[in-house]
Design a protein around this ligand. Structure first.
Ligand SMILES: [Zn+2]
Ligand SMILES: [Zn+2]
Length: 290
C-alpha cells in the first residue's frame, strides 16, 4: 500500500475549504495490466469544511460515485431526441449557435418559440464584448460565456452528479426540486490580479446549490427574470446557472436534459457529494503532475 506522510492543512487556490496536503510514497502501489501505477488505492484526505468534518476517500470511490461521461452533446431543442454522445452532435441554430436540432423540421417548427431567446443571446454578445473591454481596463480576469459553456460541456459528469444531489433527483422524477429550483454553480478560476481571459481548463468547481426560481428573481440575488427562465423551458428541463468568481462577472444560464432513468437508477443520496467533486479535482491535478 502507498504510504502517506507530511500531513499538513493548507489552502489551495480554487477551493473554498482548507485541504490537507500530504506526500504519498507509491513504491508499493499496485500496477495495472499495462504496468502503469494505479491510483485507485491512493487515499485522499480532506479536512473540515461545510460541516462535513475530516473525510477520506480513494480515487476508486470517486470514480464509482461520479460515473465518467463524454463531453456533452446537446439534445434537440424541439423534440428532445439525444444524439449519439460519442459521435457528432446535432447542428446548431446559425444565429445564436447554441440551440441544437436533430432535423430541419424541428428547427423550423421551433423558431416561433426560440426567436426571443435567440435574439437575446445574440444581443448578449455585444454586452460581453463591452464587459471584456472593461475588465481589460480594470486589470481584472475575464470569464467569457464560451469558457463557462466549455467547462459545462467538459464536466458534464460532475454537473449531472451535482444536479442529482442538489435537486434531490435520487428521490425519483416526480419528487425532487427540479420544477421549482435551479442549480447555481459557483466556479472559480483565473488570476485575480491580471487582465486575462480565463480558459475553461482554468475553471474549478467551488460549490453548487439549489435556489428557488422565486429567489433567483429577487434584486438582491441574481435578478433573473421568470420570463427568461420560462423561455428556457423551466419545469420541463433543468435550469443551470454558472456564476464565475462571485465578483459581478457575467453569468451563464443553461437548460439541461433530465438525466435518463437508467443513467441514474443506482444514484443515491450522498451527503458528501461536494467533497467527492472537489476530491475529483484534486485527483485530476495529481494525475496531471504525474
Ligand atoms: Zn428534433
Ligand atoms: Zn438561436
Amino acid at each position: 500500500m502507498p504510504t502517506v506522510s507530511n500531513l499538513q492543512t493548507t489552502n489551495i487556490p480554487g477551493f473554498d475549504n482548507p485541504l490537507t496536503s500530504f506526500e504519498i510514497s507509491l513504491d508499493d502501489s499496485p500496477q495495472d495490466s499495462g504496468g502503469n501505477k494505479s491510483w485507485r488505492g491512493v487515499q485522499l484526505i480532506n479536512s473540515a469544511g461545510n460541516g462535513y468534518g475530516p473525510h477520506a476517500t480513494t480515487f476508486g470511490d470517486i470514480a464509482d460515485k461520479i460515473p465518467s461521461k463524454p463531453s456533452l452533446k446537446k439534445s434537440c431543442e424541439k423534440c428532445g431526441k439525444r444524439p449519439d454522445q460519442e459521435g457528432m452532435g446535432y447542428s446548431c441554430c446559425s444565429s445564436c449557435k447554441i440551440a441544437r436540432y436533430c432535423s430541419r423540421e424541428c428547427q423550423t417548427t421551433h423558431w416561433k418559440e426560440h426567436k426571443r431567446l435567440c435574439q437575446s443571446r445574440v444581443k448578449y454578445v455585444d454586452i460581453e464584448r463591452d464587459y471584456a473591454a472593461k475588465a481589460l481596463r480594470d486589470n481584472k480576469p475575464f470569464v467569457s460565456q464560451a469558457s463557462l459553456r466549455k467547462w459545462y460541456y467538459d464536466n458534464v459528469d460532475i454537473v449531472d452528479y451535482a444536479i442529482v444531489q442538489a435537486l434531490e433527483l435520487y428521490k425519483g422524477r416526480a419528487r425532487g426540486l427540479r420544477r421549482t429550483h435551479a442549480v447555481v454553480f459557483s466556479l472559480t478560476g483565473g488570476n485575480k490580479d491580471a487582465a486575462t481571459p480565463v480558459a475553461a481548463s482554468d475553471i474549478s468547481f467551488s460549490d453548487a446549490e439549489a435556489v428557488s426560481f422565486t429567489d433567483l428573481a429577487r434584486p438582491d440575488t441574481l435578478e433573473i427574470s421568470p420570463v427568461y427562465l420560462n423561455s428556457l423551458g423551466s419545469g420541463s428541463r433543468i435550469i443551470l446557472i454558472f456564476v464565475p468568481n462571485r465578483n459581478g462577472d457575467l453569468i451563464l444560464i443553461e437548460s439541461h436534459d433530465l438525466p435518463l432513468d437508467e443513467e441514474w437508477a443506482a444514484m443515491e443520496k450522498d451527503d458528501m457529494w461536494r467533497m467527492h467533486i472537489r476530491m475529483r479535482d484534486v485527483a485530476q491535478m495529481m494525475n496531471k503532475s504525474d
